[in-house]
Design a protein around this ligand. Structure first.
Ligand code: TYC
Length: 139
């Protein structure tokens, strides 16, 4: 009789132990799924792949040269060759164009390049005491 009681008690303990194990496993699974859902809501933990490519072409900028009455023609031709990679003929043509019409295009570049070329040209002109003016214009 006493032996039977001990066997029953051991069986109950074992059952309790198994139940606790099952509950722990379920709790862990619940936590894992709950956290994954939260991540989805927050936009974390999920890699969103978009088949469309969203690359935008960078805007291009014209470097515009302005006419003035004081900068020597030879100096303008010289800077067009030095900073804008123009041949002697091209540079002369652009300079004459600016001289006659008031404005002309030295070249078209991305913003950083256009800004850098315009600034270097202006600095060079000031160092040589010429009032040459350049501007950027978005294409
Ligand atoms: N007009 C100037 C002159 O007669 C020449 C010149 C040309 C100046 C183009 C600036 O961007 C310019 N000496």
């Amino acid at each position: 009789m006493r032996y039977q009681y001990q066997k029953d008690a051991a069986a109950v303990l074992f059952l309790c132990y198994i139940q606790r194990l099952v509950r722990m496993i379920e709790l862990r699974r619940f936590k894992r799924e709950f956290m994954a859902n939260e991540d989805d809501k927050n936009g974390n933990g999920q890699l969103i792949l978009d088949s469309r490519t969203k690359t935008k072409k960078p805007s291009m900028y014209k470097v515009i040269m302005l006419n003035d009455d004081y900068t020597p023609m030879e100096f303008v031709v010289h800077v067009l060759q030095k900073f804008f990679g123009r041949s002697a003929d091209e540079a002369t043509q652009i300079m004459l164009n600016v001289h006659q019409r008031g404005v002309g295009v030295c070249g078209v570049y991305s913003f950083e390049i256009a800004e850098s070329k315009a600034q270097k040209t202006i600095d060079y002109a000031r160092k040589n005491d010429h009032p040459l003016q350049l501007q950027l214009e978005k294409e």
